[in-house]
Design a protein around this ligand. Structure first.
Ligand SMILES: NC(=O)c1ccc[n+]([C@@H]2O[C@H](COP(=O)([O-])OP(=O)(O)OC[C@H]3O[C@@H](n4cnc5c(N)ncnc54)[C@H](O)[C@@H]3O)[C@@H](O)[C@H]2O)c1
Length: 424
């Protein structure tokens, strides 16, 4: 049986592994978190990602999936796929060291033209200018010991397995031979028709970043138009819907903020790439600022009307029905409200009270027991579609800030609660 090593067995590594396993190829997953393999041994592993838990547990018990922190287990792998993230500091600088240390751990086991494919989101040029020199500096030769490809992971939490079946799988190689090797390996677990070979590894690197920055800038445009609409007494949600009917505009929804480990982070990779070329990606920088200021804008919309400073935030997840809080807007909103002396409660049905407390919020199990004067909806979890507005009003709520413009103003206001949307 063929064997592929997946380095970094987090959300992406698990989805990548599950896809490979369903094609009758064994997976050797390497992760520094030793709790992961313990959770499989004790049958306690649960993924929030639909479909993943069953595939992984079954294959772990069949011994087709091995989970370890031992890099020597890479030996005899057809390919090594890297899925550990490249993070940024508070001051938005890319932290490269952890990733490079991981490559140093992999290097001794690269031999016999093994495919090394990076799926981690990286800056443009990182494969050629950083990864290859590092590995060659460690005595491993491209084309002899390994071939390097880059294949951006463009799937999203909540629908990963589904998207792995549908999205074109982009592959770029350091050279043609690397690309051919990449195509050969990826075709073992992707339909050939969906494999999209691109002309350079840099092109593959940039595809992911361009997608992320497009999204952020597009939302920033909508956010600014929404702010204007609110002042001009125009319903921006109506404007947006109609604008998008001309076949050319694809405006995204405005909102209280942009969260997640991708959209608010990866524009900084391209900003750094621009800087390296002596350019200034002003549009991306400004968009990041605009989107990060939306939480403060939402607070400003209601602050003067709220006498008793007690607020409830609905949702910590950055995406509806997904238990993932990286760069969630709730953090920025919480900070803004605290600076204005609000007592702030947080409700998220997907997180335990213990988890919410660990993230420095005051948890509340029942949204009607917070007695908050203002309620902010940050995450449109499906549970919130059933809010009992009369009951919320009775609990003391004067104002509901719909950070995702997903509720009917008339219904909320018929319960005696003031409704405030973002441009609505
Ligand atoms: N999560 C998503 O929705 C998503 C979507 C598209 C792309 N991505 C990209 O996928 C990459 C991985 O993201 P993720 O969400 O899976 O991250 P994650 O934090 O869920 O998982 C990363 C895993 O890597 C492990 N790890 C860290 N350093 C390691 C090392 N040196 N050796 C072995 N394991 C190590 C961690 O313990 C963790 O289990 C990122 O580049 C991200 O941009 C993520």
């Amino acid at each position: 049986m063929k064997k592929i090593s997946v380095i970094g067995f987090g959300k992406i590594g698990q989805a990548v592994a599950a896809n490979i396993l369903t094609h009758n190829i064994s997976v050797n997953a390497i992760d520094t978190n030793i709790e992961l393999s313990k959770s499989f041994k004790t049958n306690k592993f649960i993924s929030n990602e639909p479909g993943i838990t069953k595939i992984l547990l079954k294959n772990f018990h069949n011994r087709n999936l091995k989970i370890t922190n031992d890099y020597s287990s890479i030996k005899n792998s057809q390919a090594v796929i890297v899925c550990i993230p490249l993070l940024i500091t508070e001051s938005k600088k890319i932290i490269k060291e952890t990733f490079l240390d991981c490559l140093k751990d992999i290097a001794p086991f690269l031999s016999n033209k093994c495919l090394l494919s990076v799926e981690t989101t990286i800056p443009v040029g990182f494969s050629r200018k950083t990864i290859v020199p590092l590995l060659e500096g460690l005595g491993k030769k491209h084309g002899v010991d390994f071939y390097l490809t880059y294949s951006p992971e463009r799937i999203k939490s909540g629908t990963m397995l589904n998207q792995l079946l549908k999205n074109p799988k982009i592959i770029g190689g350091i050279d043609n031979k690397a690309l051919e090797k990449g195509k050969e390996v990826y075709s073992l677990f992707f339909n050939n028709k969906r494999l999209q070979a691109v002309s350079s590894i840099e092109c593959a690197e940039m595809v992911k970043l361009a997608g992320m920055v497009y999204r952020d800038i597009n939302i920033a445009i909508s956010n600014q138009l929404a702010v204007f609409s609110q002042k001009a007494n125009i319903d921006y949600t109506e404007v947006l819907k109609l604008t998008n009917t001309d076949g050319e505009a694809f405006l995204l929804n405005p909102g209280i903020g942009v969260g997640g480990h991708c959209t608010p982070v990866y524009p900084y990779f391209l900003i750094e790439n621009f800087n390296e070329k002596g350019l200034d990606f002003t549009l991306a920088k400004e968009s990041r600022k605009i989107n990060d200021k939306m939480a403060a804008y939402a607070v400003k919309l209601i602050d003067e009307d709220i006498e008793q400073k007690k607020a409830l935030i609905l949702g910590l997840g950055f995406r509806p029905d997904v238990k993932e809080d990286s760069f969630s807007t709730s953090y920025i909103l919480h900070k803004t409200l605290k600076e204005k002396n609000y007592k702030v409660f947080l409700h998220d049905p997907l997180f335990s009270n213990h988890e919410i407390k660990a993230k420095r919020f005051i948890p509340i199990n029942d949204i009607y027991s917070a007695n908050a004067k203002v309620v902010f909806l940050v995450t449109n979890h499906s549970t919130y579609t059933n809010i009992n507005w009369k009951k919320l009003r009775k609990s003391g709520c004067d104002c509901f800030v719909d950070g995702r413009n997903s509720f009917d103003k008339k219904i909320v206001e018929s319960a005696g609660i003031k409704y405030v949307g973002i441009g609505k």
